[in-house]
Design a binder for this molecule. Structure first.
Ligand SMILES: Nc1ncnc2c1ncn2[C@@H]1O[C@H](COP(=O)(O)OP(=O)(O)OP(=O)(O)O)[C@@H](O)[C@H]1O
Length: 606
């Protein structure tokens, strides 16, 4: 894709973002035009004051002109303030709108996008790039008033003395030509700088979020080196831009001075010859000087717009990324929990024992994997024809060697990724036929990395359902075995947890994540190694809590803890991307050599 096409996208994005704020923009432009009218009137009044007042001894005209100049100063001062105010307000609003759009969009993108996009890069889009977009927006009203000033002044100059105008404007054309070259050379540098800044944000973000790993491995210097490398690249790009600007600046200083010198020489001779009055020459000089400001600013504004368009193009690229996991055109509804059609053929597969007792949810939550094939991106197949039937209310533990695809298998149920071939059904419906909201309401997930957000314990448990009543939150916490430690915290459910929940232990965080997963009372619970951080001495507590949570609810779990595996009705061994064996833990230990091998590799104590 060519650079200009890229920038055209950025321009379109900016225009569309400005549309809702057009009235503010127009108010800023109108204020700018008032400012411009005032500025342009002043030299004319000075000229009249000199020729009709000073030269003829008419003090009254002189006073009128002086008072008028002062009055115009007040009006154009106020107009300049309003121009800035409206320009800035529109710019902040555009920035805020785009920030919300970026955030909303990024959240809706599929996990595969997040797998390949560093978080820092997204931060840069939402911070640095938006700032770059905001700056030229502030300048729009100023540009319009500057352009009108230049045009009006040119006409007024021509009215005073056409040949002298040609002399004066010669320098303007040179500035114009120089500016074009400048902007063409600046663009690639601006793009490079922005990319480097995004790269730096990624490294900085990783270092801060991974601070424990950095410290644990004493890798501060390694990280510092990575950061230094990025900083050097940024410095290089920024210095390139600075050099270019520094080379351009003398030109825009020099050309206007050349114009003024020519006007003084030619105009002075015209005054001597009597074809131009002194007042007109002063007026002329004044106008030429008025051109210098806007023209000098051109370079800065061109650069600002280049950066703005580059940033807008990068943001546009992000906003154009389409989510790959989306709702079907006509989503189907899951049958109500007490109306899930029975499958007579399944009765012999129903788990025996503790499930489905009185008071538990109705038997819904049948999950089927039918010849499921899956791999990440263009990568090799990780799952190669998985067939698995999980009955309503059953607990299945998935076991396999490291990297065998256990987490992958789990992540397909709530559609974090879609299967390559085959299908997964929930109560008889392909998960792709359900709306994502409905599917994810019915499939509760908790992961090993129990992410807690900045806020209170209560807010964290009620994360997906901020309207949940305190009683519901407490019930979920009790089920997850979290109520006791939460009650003991100063502040209880209102206690704040750190941005990443660092003030709680790993086991405590996992219990909160479990509470969060069960708050919505889902049909299916997907638990990916959620007991990994629990202190073995307290394992029985969370095991009891999990047994409670899982009662009568379909649960699919991955765990490296033998005690947790023991909670399952059935254990499924994943090997070579397929279900290699199924049975009870004891049965598999007795009957599957591969299971024994995997188990021995995973757990010191079985
Ligand atoms: N987001 C991803 N993008 C690309 N490949 C991935 C991704 N996640 C996992 N993989 C690959 O898929 C394979 C299965 O990974 P998965 O995490 O499902 O294994 P696992 O059995 O859960 O492993 P472990 O017991 O170590 O947690 C591995 O080869 C892994 O490298």
């Amino acid at each position: 894709m060519s650079g200009s096409t890229d920038n055209a996208r950025g321009r379109r994005l900016l225009l569309a973002a400005l549309r809702p704020h057009r009235w503010g923009l127009l108010a800023g432009i109108a204020a700018g035009l008032v400012w411009c009218a005032g500025k342009v009137a002043v030299p004319r009044l000075v000229g009249i004051g000199i020729d009709d007042g000073l030269a003829t001894g008419d003090t009254r005209t002189l006073v009128v002109c002086a008072v008028a100049v002062a009055a115009i100063g007040v009006v154009s001062g106020a107009a300049a303030g309003l121009r800035r105010y409206f320009g800035q307000v529109v710019a902040w609003r555009v920035e805020a709108d785009l920030r919300v759009r970026i955030f909303a969009h990024v959240q809706r993108l599929h996990p595969a996008f997040h797998d390949r996009t560093p978080a820092g890069q997204l931060m840069a889009r939402a911070a640095t790039d938006l700032q770059q977009i905001q700056q030229p927006v502030v300048s729009i009203a100023m540009i319009v008033s500057n352009v009108v000033t230049v045009l009006a002044v040119t006409v007024l100059l021509a009215m005073i003395d056409a040949p002298l105008t040609v002399v004066a404007l010669g320098s303007v054309l040179l500035i114009g030509a120089g500016t074009r070259r400048f902007s063409a050379r600046l663009q690639p540098l601006a793009r490079r700088l922005q990319n480097e800044l995004a790269g730096l944000a990624s490294v900085a973000e990783e270092t801060v979020t991974g601070i424990r790993a950095v410290k644990g491995f004493g890798a501060e210097e390694v990280e510092e080196e990575r950061l230094r490398g990025r900083t050097a690249a940024i410095l290089d790009a920024a210095l390139g831009m600075t050099r270019l600007r520094a080379a351009f600046l003398p030109l825009i200083e020099f050309f206007p001075a050349l114009g003024l010198a020519a006007v003084l020489w030619t105009g002075g001779r015209a005054v001597a010859a009597g074809s131009l009055t002194v007042g007109e020459l002063v007026q002329f000089n004044y106008y030429v000087l008025m051109l210098v400001g806007p023209l000098r600013m051109t370079g800065m504004i061109v650069a600002q717009f280049q950066r703005g368009f580059v940033a807008a193009t990068l943001v546009d690229g992000l906003l154009r990324t389409r989510p790959e996991i989306v709702d079907p055109p006509a989503p189907r509804s899951l049958p109500a929990r007490d109306a899930v059609p029975g499958d007579p053929a399944d009765t012999d597969r129903r788990p025996a024992g503790g499930k489905g007792r009185a008071g538990s949810p109705a038997p819904a939550g049948a999950v089927r994997f039918e010849n499921v094939w899956f791999g990440y991106g263009d990568g090799p197949d990780v799952l190669r024809g998985v067939d698995l039937r999980i009955e309503p209310g059953e607990t299945v533990a998935v076991v396999g060697a490291t990297g065998s695809g256990k987490s992958t298998l789990l992540s397909l149920i709530p559609r974090f990724y879609d299967v390559r071939r085959g299908r997964i059904t929930l109560d008889g419906l392909d998960v792709r036929e359900l709306s994502l909201a409905a599917l994810r309401r019915e499939v509760g997930v908790a992961f090993e990395d129990a992410f807690l957000f900045g806020g209170t314990i209560e807010e964290n448990v009620a994360f997906a359902d901020p309207g949940a009543s305190p009683a519901h939150v407490r019930r979920a916490a009790r089920l997850a075995g979290a109520h006791e430690f939460v009650s003991a915290l100063p502040g209880g459910y209102g206690a704040p947890v750190g941005e990443r929940g660092l003030s709680l232990s790993g086991g405590q965080r996992q219990r909160l994540a479990l509470a969060r997963a069960i708050l919505a009372d889902p049909r299916v619970l997907v638990l990916d190694d959620v007991t990994s951080a629990v202190d073995p001495a307290k394992e029985h507590e969370i095991r009891d809590a999990m047994a409670e949570v899982m009662r009568g609810r379909t649960t699919i779990l991955v765990s490296h803890r033998a005690a947790t595996i023991a909670l399952a009705d059935r254990v499924v061994l994943i090997d070579g991307g397929r279900v290699a064996a199924e049975g009870t833990h004891a049965g598999l230990v007795a009957g599957s050599a591969r299971y024994r091998e995997v188990v021995a590799a995973h757990w010191a104590v079985v």
